[in-house]
Design a binder for this molecule. Structure first.
Ligand SMILES: NC(=O)c1ccc[n+]([C@@H]2O[C@H](COP(=O)([O-])OP(=O)(O)OC[C@H]3O[C@@H](n4cnc5c(N)ncnc54)[C@H](O)[C@@H]3O)[C@@H](O)[C@H]2O)c1
Ligand SMILES: [Zn+2]
Ligand SMILES: [Zn+2]
Length: 397
């Protein structure tokens, strides 16, 4: 079969690889009909590179049809399914409380990580990913979400990751209708986090440096701002000078640093509390610029508010402004989304003919699998108005 493989930093290719096969009675093999590229794939492209091996099949947002079903998989050939990005058992201590990303049965213990993820490096179990013609799905007795035949793929596809991630980001912000929230980043996750927050009755402010991304959010009633040094003040003024009740960080560790931004000034102010010998290397070397959005969030959120991180952060020594976190009495929540926990909330919304979350206005590019290398580059560089790419393995090159 054909599959998208990681070849090195900023390099993927489309190769012929062996077809997957059933290895356990609860496995299933699906023929992939749609498979999306995610902001998380860009971390593999860059900072998570050291945990990848050339030839690893990437991708974790697939859906398709079952072509082979293991005896205890609860599936049948022909079933149409969406595959959650994490692999969980469904009945351990953690799965029972909706923490499928921490599944005790499947945890990647050698790496000290939670549940394995499709196509997401050695840290998460080196499981072959879903940007391929076929995919082996372990624990298919629990993971796959069976869906109907009437609606097009794009209505269901984002149940694999983007929608539950955005839903969890809003849930973890712990707000009530009438509250305010600022969403940092209007990539795929931020788009839906903003729409879901609005759908739940919150006032939503959102920040992104990319114009088409702001335009898309504005079409869905979101108040949008460029990432400039006046933005934090503008949002503060709009919230009685206090800042929003919650901030959702949908940027993560690829944030664009700008030495003139409000973030940089806040970071400099924070670092000055460190002894000189420590402060300078922290700014210069420890990659504070990668934490741009996180610092903006800490600065912007009102005292006593919630900071909900859905953007992925890594690294062991990221400097955190503990003084500000403590003094402002913030609650910080975070983590990979527990997909199955939120599916019952989301399924009626994506199937609703009125399309309350605007799923029909989201995908900007549908391309054959063969065009993955160019698609990755376009998504990373945000050219051609690219916001979300869906690869279609059955589309001819
Ligand atoms: N928690 C989870 O389960 C989960 C699941 C999927 C994705 N993610 C993470 O969510 C994040 C976003 O993913 P995505 O698919 O939307 O990717 P993306 O890279 O397209 O989105 C990031 C957006 O942030 C904007 N941005 C960059 N720096 C900024 C700044 N300083 N202030 C405001 N905006 C800024 C970019 O212009 C871009 O639009 C990534 O870190 C990804 O790994 C987490
Ligand atoms: Zn994803
Ligand atoms: Zn489990």
């Amino acid at each position: 079969m054909k599959a998208v493989t990681w070849q090195g930093p900023r390099k993927v290719s489309v190769d012929t690889v062996p077809d997957p096969f059933i290895q356990q009675p609860n496995d299933a093999i699906i023929e992939v009909t749609s498979t999306a590229i995610c902001g998380s794939d860009l971390h593999l492209y860059e900072v998570l590179g050291p945990f990848m091996t050339p030839g690893d099949i990437v991708g974790h947002e697939p859906m398709g049809r079952v072509v082979e079903a293991g005896a205890s998989s609860n599936l049948r050939p022909g079933d149409r399914v969406v595959i959650p990005f994490q692999i969980a058992c469904g009945d351990c201590y953690f799965c029972a409380q909706g923490l499928q990303t921490q599944c005790e049965t499947t945890q990647v213990k050698e790496q000290g990580s939670g549940a394995p993820l499709f196509g997401y490096s050695q840290l998460y179990g080196s499981v072959p990913g879903g940007q391929a013609q076929y995919l082996r799905v372990p624990h298919a007795d629990y993971g796959p979400i069976k869906v109907g035949d009437e609606l097009p793929d794009h209505r269901y596809l984002f149940l694999s990751d983007v929608l539950p991630t955005a839903w969890q980001a809003v849930a973890y912000a712990q707000r009530s209708p009438g509250d305010s929230v600022a969403v940092l980043g209007l990539g795929p996750i931020g788009q839906f986090a903003a729409r879901i927050a609005k759908h739940q009755g919150l006032t939503v402010y959102a920040i992104d440096p990319v114009q088409e991304r702001r335009e898309m959010a504005a079409r869905h009633g979101i108040l949008v701002y460029d990432n400039t040094d006046s933005t934090v003040n503008a949002i503060r003024e709009a919230t009685q000078g206090r800042g929003p009740d919650a901030v959702i960080d949908a940027v993560g560790m690829e944030a664009h640093g700008d030495p003139q931004s409000a973030f940089a000034k806040f970071a400099q102010r924070t670092v000055q509390f460190l002894p000189d010998k420590l402060g300078q290397p922290v700014m210069d070397k420890a990659g504070l610029d990668r934490l741009g959005a996180l610092y903006t969030g800490i600065d912007l959120v009102r005292r006593g508010g919630t900071l909900s991180l859905s953007g992925v952060y890594g690294g062991q020594a990221s400097p955190l402004p503990m003084l500000s976190l403590f003094d402002k009495q913030l609650q910080v929540t975070m983590g990979q989304a527990n997909v199955k926990r939120w599916v019952d909330d989301l399924l009626p919304l994506v199937e609703d003919p009125r399309d309350p979350l605007g799923v029909d206005d989201f995908v900007t590019h549908r391309l054959p699998l063969e065009q993955a290398p160019a698609a990755y580059e376009m998504f990373q560089k945000k050219t051609d108005g690219c916001i979300k790419v869906v690869l279609e393995p059955q589309q001819l090159p």
